[in-house]
Design a protein around this ligand. Structure first.
Ligand code: ADP
Ligand code: 5GP
Length: 208
């Protein structure tokens, strides 16, 4: 198998539970999580460097200029970006890295890393999404409305994802996403070097 880590891109409608699922994947299965930079304000309880690196618009634009992001995008009224160095170092060290990013960023990553695994997490229906988004209590009514509008746009891009996982029961969802990643790592296409190596080893054995 390749010694390099795998890039795992997780997207989903705001309020679908991506953040909660990703936290579970990190805690239960030890994935490495990329911490994004954003210009949005911290929610109560969020800490700089833990949930996000919180930046001003000027700081964010400087990072863009210095090629500091693998990808960045505008979402509702703010910028979000994936810092380059952490991801490249972790992959090089053989770690599987999760990016929890929106749809435009996901497409951008796929074009740079064709073997990235793209997973879309959703609630079973729109009502559940609205309940979770409202229940989280972190945004005002206007922002929730904008996020639901954005969800309607994002729904049009679901087909671009390779795997769709419904977040109904949380722990089932975490285990399912982990299974998807494991299954992808075992796919033939991801093991061409290994296949060729083991074939070769046995051919040499045959010659002795
Ligand atoms: P996202 O990161 O997709 O915006 P969050 O992880 O913040 O979503 O989850 C939105 C809300 O839904 C939170 O209050 C969270 O506790 C809750 N939640 C997440 N997953 C589930 C689940 N499987 N069942 C019930 N509530 C959930
Ligand atoms: P939130 O404000 O709810 O934390 O995130 C809003 C949206 O931005 C979510 O869809 C989240 O996945 C996405 N997002 C978070 N970080 C990044 C990033 O680095 N790049 C991109 N493209 N989207 C991100």
């Amino acid at each position: 198998m390749s010694n390099k880590g795998k890039l795992i891109v997780i997207s989903g409608f705001s309020g679908a539970g991506k953040g909660t699922v990703v936290k579970g994947l990190v805690e239960k299965y030890g994935y490495s999580l990329s911490i994004s930079a954003t210009t949005r304000n911290p929610r109560p309880g969020e800490e700089n460097g833990r949930e996000y690196y919180f930046k001003t618009v000027d700081e964010f634009k400087t990072l863009i200029d210095y090629n500091g992001f693998i990808e960045w995008a505008q979402y509702v009224d703010n910028y979000y970006g994936t810092p380059r160095k952490f991801v490249e170092d972790e992959l090089e060290a053989g770690k599987d890295v999760i990016l929890e990013i929106e749809v435009q960023g996901a497409m951008n990553v796929k074009s740079q890393y064709p073997d990235a695994v793209l997973i879309f997490i959703t609630t079973k229906d729109k009502e559940t999404l609205k309940e979770r988004l409202t229940g989280r209590g972190s945004e005002d009514a206007k922002t929730i409305e904008k996020r639901i509008k954005r969800a309607a746009e994002e729904a049009e891009s679901i087909d671009a994802y390779e795997y769709i996982v419904i977040n109904d029961d949380l722990s089932t969802c975490i285990d399912t996403v982990n299974s998807v990643i494991l299954s992808r790592k075992c796919a033939k296409e991801n093991n061409l070097e290994f296949i060729s190596q083991i074939k070769n080893d046995f051919r040499l054995e045959g010659e002795i």
